[in-house]
Write a protein that binds this ligand. Sequence first.
Ligand code: ADP
Ligand code: MG
Length: 626
Amino acid sequence: MAFLKLLARNQLALAGLVVMALVVLLALITPLLPLADPNATNTPARFTEPFSDGALLGTDHLGRDLLSRLMWGTRLSLAVGFAAAVIAATIGAAIGIIAGYYGGRTDNVIMRVVDVLMAFPYILLALAIVAALGPGLMNALIAVAAVNIPFFARNIRGITVGIANKEFVDAARLAGLSNTKIILTEILPNVIPVIVIAMSTTIGWMILETAGLSFLGLGSQPPVADLGSMLGEARSALITNPHTSIVPGVMILIIVMAINLLGDGVRDALDPRLKSGALSRPLPATLVDRTRQPGGPADETALLHLSDLQTQFHVGARIFRAVGGVDLRIQPGECLGLIGESGSGKSVTALSIMGLVASPPGKITGGSVFYRGEDLIGAPYEKLRSLRGRRVAYIFQDPLATLHPLYTVGEQLIEAVRSHYNTPKDEARAHAIDLLKSVRIPNAEDRVDNYPHELSGGMRQRVGIAMALANDPDVIIADEPTTALDVTVQAQILTLLDDLRRERDVAILFITHDFGVVAQLCDRVAVMYAGRIVEQGTTDEILSHPAHPYTSRLMACVPELGGGQRRLEAIPGLPPVVDNLPEGCAFADRCNKARDACRQGDIPLDTLGQTRRVRCIDPETEEATA
Ligand code: ADP
Ligand code: MG
């Protein structure tokens, strides 16, 4: 069902589907229709014009009814094309799976044979096969299927090699499954979508190839008609009686076009990577559609000031309010922690700052991001680009995914510098080595020529940090930079970040879901829930006396070393889905202090004491938590 819906979004594919369904239906019911005998000749009535009595599409050079021949011919051409495609796909996929799964010598022998077959132009190969077997529709079918087998074998082998080395296949082996069983239950289900895709995009070709062989007189033999032989027979009357060529020609055009449009649509709809992000590339900067007023005025003392920032995802008819009015201020040299469960909107907030949220489906719908007092939301792309990586730099969670696997870390550091400054190459290289030293990478002169896979996880994240530092930014936005690392490495990275920010006076927006990390590094903390800040204050205050029930529940989930036999209290329920937020407090359904008043109207982010703000009508007081 979901597949049909996706297909229907592609209107050309839908048109292809409708046309193909119609053609196939007509081909299926041809024997039931009151048509003239397609092979009955009537020489006196030869070359009747179309739309004349008794012959809607006219007659051919032997006076045979063209409509009847067209219908029967289409039926035959479709049947042969489909049969060839199914045979080629089955045999080709089987060969590909065996070669890819067993690998080694089996793979080598099979693939060299396939390569030899692929070395011939395939029409020539098909001609040779038919010449050897003798003309006839059955032999044409065999020839067309045979020349397409290598194509499927190559395709499927590639996919199988990728799958055969995956952990779930190893797990199946460890469980004692036989090779046959592994192929049938683990490999095959994973390659079937690829087989279907390859088939849907080649079936049109196979119909054309069969028609081509028939056109040359090597396929269907007289008097039986298929589309190719009809064209072939009409060739001599092309100028005098063009309708005899046009009728089968138009049908071939319609069929091949419809199948190819449909095939493209099927491929797009079946490709899981294309499913969520529609069928387009994201724009270079997030779309801005501020229906609400920009936030303001800017806080002139803050380096970065997010004011009532709102970012949404529009997916079909659903609107996900990932960021629903966030206010944050980061002073120069300060480290602000942004903490919350996964899915609370931390990453989207961070990406919105430099317009990096993928659009479509992302959209900034309100508020402002002031950098040194200047609103960046809606700023021209060139402006954003000049700030990205130069004044505001990012560090992401998984350094292996953010570093390019085919360039050395040195080349990537040099690129980071040279995309903003015209530094000469050797100077940039020296700078890259300095950067590696500054993130405490031993042996930086040698390491600079390493590829990312030659470094350990902690080293790679150090490179990620070096890259963020490359242009001496004012702010570094670190999105869970230590989540992918083990605890000892995590501690080293945190110490490094802390040292660097004191040495270089750079501000950090540190995103995490770990209170332990916040305690080590951050001056202030903002707690995020369902796209909004629910509590904000200095790290000491919040860690010692959380005021929002969510914050205290979140902290109760963290185990403490040496904390005795304290029960870990999981928060019941799940965070709300942000496309359908409840009225009032989004946390009310999971809060044990919730009352009716919590579910009514908007709850403001009130000040509490001097430095603290909390979005709760009944915050926990210091006396209660002390
Ligand atoms: P986290 O706090 O774990 O970093 P995110 O900021 O990545 O959370 O995501 C916040 C919310 O935004 C998620 O709950 C999700 O519903 C929504 N979201 C993120 N990316 C997309 C997307 N491409 N399409 C639709 N919704 C998205
Ligand atoms: Mg995230």
